[in-house]
Ligand binder design. Structure first.
Ligand SMILES: C[S@@+](CC[C@H](N)C(=O)[O-])C[C@H]1O[C@@H](n2cnc3c(N)ncnc32)[C@H](O)[C@@H]1O
Length: 221
């Protein structure tokens, strides 16, 4: 699937998808470390390039490292962005990247949009978050956007039904996605414990649309 098809599908499934990358970049662009000119920023799980398009538009001065383990996704992203001298492309995971020379403590900011949700909570989520924390400078921030378990159990059924309705109303041709469908959402208490163990302070929620939530995480100094 090309980037236009992928993003149309994401927009039909994820409320607010069209604004996620724009908002994530806008948040990081004014963070204490990444607001500096020429900051090094990691885009973890760049997929077909939504965050990169925004980063290049909003902060052409940033030096970007774009990673994704999927050859197909990375290829689609590279084709879309063209020859941007400001982007260092690497086909890898965050966990493997951090052990490469010169990566630990290098980045002034990082973006992870819709990646953690796909990793099981069997040590994989912690390994991913730990790698991101280790890749950042002390005090630098990560913008994390992910599908979360609801903190309102009494409304769970209504929220799931509303999500199905959103997808239908958006013209989704296939069966509506459910939170359990191949994804591993966790609740806020579990996220807090994982990010603390990884080396971040507590997550600060900065936006939410149904189960999709955006957080700012700061690497401990
Ligand atoms: C749902 S896509 C989101 C892509 C993009 N961020 C967006 O919002 O459109 C998740 C991406 O994360 C990548 N990914 C999965 N595990 C990863 C890991 N451990 N480190 C970095 N990227 C990962 C996948 O290959 C996939 O391209």
């Amino acid at each position: 699937m090309n980037s236009a098809g992928y993003e149309r599908l994401q927009s039909q499934v994820i409320p607010g998808y069209g604004s996620l990358a724009r908002l994530a970049v806008a948040l990081l662009a004014v963070s204490p470390a990444a607001r500096a000119g020429g900051a090094e920023v990691l885009v973890a799980g760049c997929g077909t390039g939504a965050e990169l398009v925004e980063a290049v538009a909003q902060r052409p001065d940033w030096r970007l490292t774009a990673i994704d383990p999927s050859e197909e996704m990375l290829g689609e992203s590279r084709q879309r962005l063209g020859d941007q001298a400001s982007i260092d492309w690497r086909q890898t995971t965050a966990e493997a990247l951090v052990d490469q020379p010169g990566i630990a403590g290098r980045f002034a900011g990082a973006l992870s949009v819709l990646v953690l949700q796909s990793l099981p909570d069997d040590g994989s989520k912690l390994a991913f978050l730990t790698a991101l924390a280790r890749s950042l400078q002390p005090g630098a921030q990560l913008v994390l956007v992910d599908l979360m378990q609801t903190s309102l159990p009494s409304l769970e059924g209504q929220l799931e039904a509303a999500w199905g309705g959103f997808q239908q109303a958006s013209g989704l041709a296939s069966q509506p996605a459910q939170p359990s469908q191949g994804l591993h959402p966790i609740g806020l208490a579990r996220l807090t414990s994982l990010v603390n163990a990884a080396g971040f302070g507590d997550p600060a929620r900065v936006f939410q649309a149904l189960g999709f939530e955006g957080f700012l995480l700061q690497r401990r100094a």
